[in-house]
Design a protein around this ligand. Structure first.
Ligand code: APR
Ligand code: PHB
Length: 391
């Protein structure tokens, strides 16, 4: 007889792992199937800024201890433009809400360890994952485990399998609408064991292109520069990266930059993408499976976690009250926040990058940057979005 669980979660990225941990706490059986190996999933390097709601959610899931000890609170965000560096305060205008610097790699490890301690099953290296009958009352998945075909029957399937996953792709085309755009530039990122140049993140709009200074700890820095998405990473030596970064920062910041050998260097494309609805029958999409934001503003992980906040509530209501309406309701609730966060990520990307040589557009951007850093209303808009809109 096929194995059975209440919820199959496809994907062991941050979305799938957090959902699994929250369902465990609610006493709802779940199994995660993940295409990659555990080591591959735990080695991925991504953004590192958590909204307070993400911190609270990780804490309520039981994965907040190391974050509380090692996360670094940021009380401001810096914007560099027109040869100056301006600090926008966060907590002062948002009832004390701030953001916390803590890498997604660490978040994933903490969730992995929590799940491992709880004993719920995660099947890594699952081949050819297929989802079936999610438009009926008896969904199941089929996959290859250690060379053998397996099936797991369930009540619900959570599609937490990222942008390239199988879940969204399995929904009939006429039941889902997708929106999005690909930006004509990428980000070249570098991680190094050097002290960060600034105690808080700097977003720089410069003639030579965008640059970002971030951190993982007081001894580990993360920097990015806007680049051609088709660039060959081999052509970017560490020295070339540091030289270009220095040129894009205000001189007094550039002078303080401490460089060192890269631990990792990679180029990522930038896209905005939303699929709606995020629900089809007994399949529920969450995180990158349903939407992607460009990394400007560091919303990807946070948006995935707000989905999981709504989703775990919907799943609990579904099982506690036999409430099938909780499933479409999840999609509506999640999308309302998704679109606003998509807007902010798109806005901040357009505002801070150089990709259109039109001098008028650049003047408009400079005026807008001046407005959001100098006017109390502008600063409030920036701070309220940066710390994360309420759930
Ligand atoms: N079967 C099983 N697992 C799959 C499949 C599949 N067919 N396809 C993809 N996966 C796995 C991937 O290997 C990955 O581990 O699903 C996981 C999806 O993880 P993420 O892409 O990290 O997406 P998510 O968990 O929603 O996290 C969102 O992480 O990717 C960043 O920028 C993103 O910060 C955002 C956050
Ligand atoms: C990061 O720390 O990797 C980071 C920070 C802010 C961003 C994006 C990425 O907007």
């Amino acid at each position: 007889m096929a194995k059975r669980t209440q919820v199959v979660i496809v994907g062991a990225g941050p979305s799938g792992l957090l959902l699994g941990c929250l369902l465990d706490r609610a006493g709802i059986d779940n199994i995660i199937v993940e295409r990659q190996t555990k080591d591959h999933v735990l080695a991925r390097i991504r953004a590192g800024i958590l909204e307070q709601t993400s911190v609270d959610l990780l804490t309520s899931a039981g994965a907040g201890a190391r974050l509380a000890a090692e996360g670094i609170a940021h009380h401001a965000v810096n914007i560099a433009f027109d040869h100056k560096l301006v600090s926008v305060p966060l907590g002062a205008t948002t009832n004390g809400k701030v953001v916390t610097a803590y890498g997604q790699t660490e978040v994933t490890l903490d969730l992995y360890n929590l799940r491992a301690a709880g004993g719920s099953q995660t099947i890594y290296s699952a081949g050819n994952v297929e989802i079936h009958d999610f438009d009926r009352d008896w969904p199941f998945i089929r996959f290859v485990n250690n060379g053998k075909a397996e099936e797991i029957a369930c009540d619900l399937i959570a599609g937490c399998d990222g942008y390239h996953g199988v879940c969204r792709a399995s929904i009939p085309d006429n039941a889902i609408t997708t929106y999005g755009q690909v930006y004509p530039f990428g980000w070249l990122g570098l991680l190094a064991d050097t002290p960060p140049v600034s105690t808080e993140v700097i977003y720089a709009n410069n003639d030579r292109g965008f640059a970002l200074c971030s951190m993982r700890s007081m001894t580990r820095s993360r920097y990015y520069i806007q680049c051609n998405p088709a660039d060959n990473i081999e052509r970017w030596s560490d020295d070339a990266f540091w030289d270009e970064l220095r040129r894009r920062l205000p001189p007094e910041t550039a002078e303080q930059l401490i460089t060192g050998p890269s631990l990792e260097k990679s180029i990522a494309p930038l896209r905005s993408f939303v699929a709606e609805p995020m629900h089809f029958g007994r399949l529920l999409l969450a995180g990158d499976a349903a939407h992607v934001v460009p990394p400007t503003g560091a919303k990807g992980l946070n948006l995935a976690f707000s989905d999981i906040y709504y989703l775990h509530q919907a799943i609990e209501s579904f099982f506690a009250n036999n409430d099938i309406a909780a499933l479409p309701h999840y999609s509506q609730q999640a999308l309302a926040r998704v679109w606003k966060t998509e807007r902010f990520s798109w806005y901040l990307t357009n505002l801070t990058h150089r990709f259109n040589a039109d001098p008028f557009e650049q003047k408009m951007k400079e005026a807008e940057l001046d407005y959001i850093t100098a006017s109390p209303a502008g600063r409030l808009m920036m701070a309220e979005n940066y710390v994360g809109l309420p759930l």
